[in-house]
Unconditional design. Structure first.
Length: 659
C-alpha cells in the first residue's frame, strides 16, 4: 500500500473532497469517473466525510472498494453507537432490545453527553479496521497517495492540517461534528470537524505540491429564511458563514470544479436509497466535467489514460482490531441509562426508563431499576452479582399496577385494577445465544376495583387477594438478528413452574404445575421476503388464580399485558382461555423499501380444560394483514385482523418496541 509517486517531470494533480456527512457518498462515484478519465492523482486532501473517503483512497482502496464498503454499512448502527444484535451476548441483548436509546457511562450519567452525545465507538472501529495495516505514527506522504485532512482546534479556533500521525485518529478528528460526536483530544488540542474552518481545502492540497486541482464540492445553496427554522439548520448555516470567505477563494482556485447537486438531502441522509441517489448524482456531476477532465489529462502531458488502480488487499486483522484509544476509550464498567416509548390503541402512550449502576467493578456488584409508566405501572428494583464470567445472581422487587380490559369473544367483560408485589431470587447462566435460569418468587396481588360481567368467570373476584410462592426454571436459545421482525435466526424457550400458595401445596391440594414453550424460526426466502413459522403453548394442571391464567391476544405481543400472554392475530387486547393452550402461527413479511414492509399473519389454536389433552378442545382461527414502518422509536404497525372468536374485522395500531 505504500509507494512513492513517480511524477516523471509532469505537472502534479491534487484532488479535494469536501465535507458533507452522508452526502459524501457522491465522492465515491466522482472518484470513479476520475479513474475512468485516466488522470493520475498525486495528492488528496479532504474534510470530514471527505477525509474518510480520501484517506481510504490514499491508502490504496479504489473507488469500487469504497463503494462496496459504504453500501454494506448499517449506518444507523454505525453512527448511533449501537452494536449489531448478533454481536451481543444474550445478556447484553436483554438490555438493548426494548430501548430506543441506551448509553453507558463510567461513574455518573453526566459523562454520557461530555463533549458530544455520541462517543463514536462504531465509527472509531471502522476507521481503525480500514487503516489496520498503517503504522501507529507515520507521515501521510508515505501512503500510496500523499494525503492530508483538516480538523478544527476549538481551543484556539484555528484550522489544524493533519499530514502525519495515527491515520484513523486524524480521520476521526476531521469528522467530529461539534456537540454530536465527542472531540479528539491530542496534546493541548481539542479537535473537531474541519468543516468549521476549511470545508473545501484546495489551499491545503496546493501547499502539498499540486499544480492542478480537481475538487468535489458538496456544499448546499443558502437556505431561504423560511427554512432556517431549526437549531440544526441555523448551526449549519453559522458554520457556512465562518468558512465562507475561504470556501469562495478555494472554489476560484480549482481547475476542474465538480459541484454535486445535493438538494433534498442532508448530512444525516444515510439510508440506502439516499446513498444510491447521491452516488448517482456524484457520477452525473463528474461526467458533466468529462471534457475538462480529458483536457486536464492532456495538459499534464498524458495523451493516453492511465489504467485504473487495482483493488488493494484488505488488512489481515481488519475485523479483530480494537479502536485506537485516543479516538475511543472503552468503558470498563457496564453502567447505563436507557429510555423506550410505545403507543398502542388500548393503552395510548407508555414510557420505559431503566438504568444500572455498577457499584463494584471487580466483584461485579450492581443495582438497577426499570420503570414502565402509563396506564399500567411496572417498577423493578434489583441488585445483580456476577458470580463468575457467566453466572449472575439477582434479587429483584417488582411492583405492578394493572388497569386493563379483559375481553371475551371480542366483547369487554371485565376491567381489572390490581396491585402486585413480587420478590424474586434467581440465578442465570449465559452463553452467546443460550440462557439457563432458575429461582423462586413470592407474589401478592390485591384487587382494588373490578367491573365484571355477571356471567363472567365464577372465580373472578371471590377473593380480594392472591398470595403465592413459586419455583421456576427456564432454558432459552436466541440467535435472531432482531427481537422484532427478525429476518433470520431462531428462538426457542421452555419453562416450568411449581406454583403454590404456601411453599408446597395449593389450596390444601397438589401444587399447580405450569409448563410453557415457544419455538420460532425466521427463514429468509429472498433479500426482501421472510417466512416465520412458530408454535407456542402453555399447560396448567389447574387454575383458580387470575394472575396465572392462560391468555392470548395481539400480533407480536407475547408477554405484553400479562407475562404469560401468547400473541394471536385477530384477537386484540387480552382474551382469557382454558388451561391447556396450543398456538401455531406463520408470518410472511415483505420489505418493500428500506424501512417499509407489509406482512400477513395466520394463527391456529386450541384450548381445553384438561392438562395435556386435545379432546373437547375449542378451536381458534385468526389472521391479520398489515403495513409496518421502522421508525426511530421502533416498529410502527397498522393491521386489519379477524378471528373466529371475535367474528368481526378489527384494527390494531402500535408504535415502538414491546415492553
Amino acid at each position: 500500500m505504500f509507494a512513492q509517486h513517480q511524477h516523471a517531470g509532469r505537472k502534479k494533480v491534487g484532488v479535494v473532497l469536501s465535507g458533507g456527512g452522508a452526502k459524501g457518498a457522491a465522492h465515491v462515484k466522482a472518484l470513479k469517473v476520475i479513474e475512468e478519465a485516466g488522470i493520475p492523482i498525486d495528492y488528496i486532501a479532504g474534510t470530514s466525510i471527505g477525509s474518510l473517503v480520501g484517506g481510504m483512497y490514499a491508502s490504496g482502496y479504489n473507488a469500487d472498494q469504497i463503494d462496496s464498503l459504504m453500501r454494506s454499512q448499517n449506518w444507523g448502527t454505525l453512527l448511533m453507537d449501537k452494536t449489531e444484535r448478533k454481536q451481543l451476548s444474550l445478556y447484553e441483548r436483554e438490555q438493548v432490545d426494548r430501548n430506543i436509546l441506551l448509553a453507558k457511562f463510567e461513574k455518573t450519567p453526566g459523562e454520557i453527553i461530555q463533549g458530544g452525545v455520541l462517543k463514536g465507538y462504531n465509527v472509531a472501529k471502522l476507521l481503525t479496521q480500514v487503516t489496520a495495516d498503517t503504522p501507529d505514527s507515520m507521515s501521510y506522504d508515505k501512503l500510496k497517495i500523499p494525503f492530508a485532512c483538516v480538523a478544527t482546534d476549538v481551543v484556539t479556533a484555528q484550522e489544524v492540517d493533519m499530514r502525519a500521525g495515527v491515520l484513523a485518529e486524524s480521520m476521526r478528528a476531521s469528522m467530529a461534528i461539534p456537540t454530536v460526536f465527542a472531540p479528539v483530544v491530542k496534546g493541548d488540542k481539542v479537535l473537531t470537524d474541519g468543516g468549521i474552518t476549511n470545508n473545501y481545502p484546495v489551499d491545503l492540497v496546493r501547499k502539498m505540491g499540486a499544480d492542478y486541482v480537481i475538487g468535489v464540492d458538496l456544499s448546499e445553496e443558502v437556505l431561504p429564511s423560511s427554512k432556517l427554522n431549526t437549531a440544526q439548520a441555523i448551526a449549519l448555516r453559522l458554520i457556512d458563514i465562518l468558512c465562507m470567505k475561504k470556501h469562495d477563494e478555494n472554489v476560484a482556485n480549482t481547475d476542474v470544479y465538480i459541484k454535486v447537486n445535493v438538494k433534498g438531502y442532508s448530512s444525516a441522509s444515510f439510508n440506502s436509497e439516499a446513498i444510491d441517489t447521491l452516488m448517482h448524482r456524484g457520477e452525473v456531476a463528474a461526467r458533466g466535467k468529462w471534457d475538462e477532465l480529458i483536457a486536464l489529462r492532456e495538459k499534464i502531458g498524458l495523451k493516453n489514460p492511465l489504467p485504473a488502480p487495482h483493488p488493494r488487499a484488505m488488512p489481515k486483522d481488519m475485523y479483530n482490531v480494537v479502536p485506537v484509544p485516543s479516538i475511543y476509550k472503552a468503558n470498563e464498567r457496564n453502567s447505563f441509562v436507557g429510555v423506550g416509548a410505545r403507543f398502542d390503541k388500548e393503552e395510548l402512550a407508555s414510557l420505559l426508563l431503566d438504568g444500572m449502576l455498577e457499584l463494584n467493578h471487580k466483584k461485579k456488584l450492581s443495582v438497577g431499576f426499570e420503570a414502565r409508566l402509563g396506564r399500567r405501572l411496572n417498577i423493578d428494583l434489583y441488585s445483580k452479582l456476577h458470580l463468575s464470567s457467566a453466572w449472575v445472581a439477582q434479587l429483584k422487587y417488582n411492583f405492578k399496577y394493572n388497569d386493563m380490559k379483559i375481553y371475551d369473544k371480542g366483547e369487554p367483560v371485565s376491567e381489572e385494577t390490581n396491585n402486585g408485589h413480587i420478590v424474586q431470587l434467581d440465578f442465570s447462566r449465559y452463553w452467546r445465544n443460550w440462557k439457563v435460569m432458575f429461582g423462586t418468587r413470592y407474589s401478592y396481588y390485591s384487587f382494588d376495583e373490578s367491573l365484571v360481567h355477571k356471567d363472567y368467570l365464577d372465580w373472578a373476584e371471590d377473593s380480594s387477594s392472591e398470595p403465592s410462592l413459586g419455583y421456576f426454571g427456564r432454558v432459552t436459545f436466541d440467535n435472531r438478528d432482531a427481537n422484532d421482525n427478525a429476518t433470520r435466526g431462531m428462538l426457542f424457550t421452555v419453562g416450568y413452574e411449581l406454583f403454590t400458595d404456601n411453599g408446597w401445596s395449593f389450596e390444601g391440594g397438589k401444587a399447580v404445575n405450569i409448563l410453557d414453550a415457544k419455538f420460532a424460526i425466521a427463514l429468509p426466502l429472498s433479500n426482501a421476503i421472510t417466512l416465520t413459522p412458530s408454535v407456542a403453548g402453555r399447560w396448567m394442571s389447574k387454575n383458580d388464580y387470575f394472575t396465572i391464567c392462560n391468555c392470548i391476544g395481539g400480533v407480536n405481543t407475547d408477554g405484553h399485558y400479562m407475562s404469560q400472554q401468547i400473541a394471536f392475530a385477530g384477537i386484540n387486547y387480552l382474551q382469557l382461555v382454558k388451561n391447556n393452550l396450543f398456538v401455531a402461527g406463520i408470518t410472511l413479511r415483505h420489505a418493500i423499501a428500506s424501512k417499509h414492509y407489509v406482512f400477513a399473519v395466520g394463527n391456529y389454536g386450541q384450548h381445553s380444560d384438561k392438562f395435556f389433552s386435545t379432546n373437547s378442545s375449542d378451536h381458534l382461527y385468526g389472521a391479520a394483514l398489515g403495513y409496518g414502518y421502522k421508525s426511530a422509536i421502533g416498529p410502527l404497525e397498522l393491521n386489519f385482523n379477524w378471528s373466529n372468536m371475535t367474528k368481526k374485522v378489527g384494527v390494531s395500531v402500535n408504535v415502538g418496541y414491546m415492553f
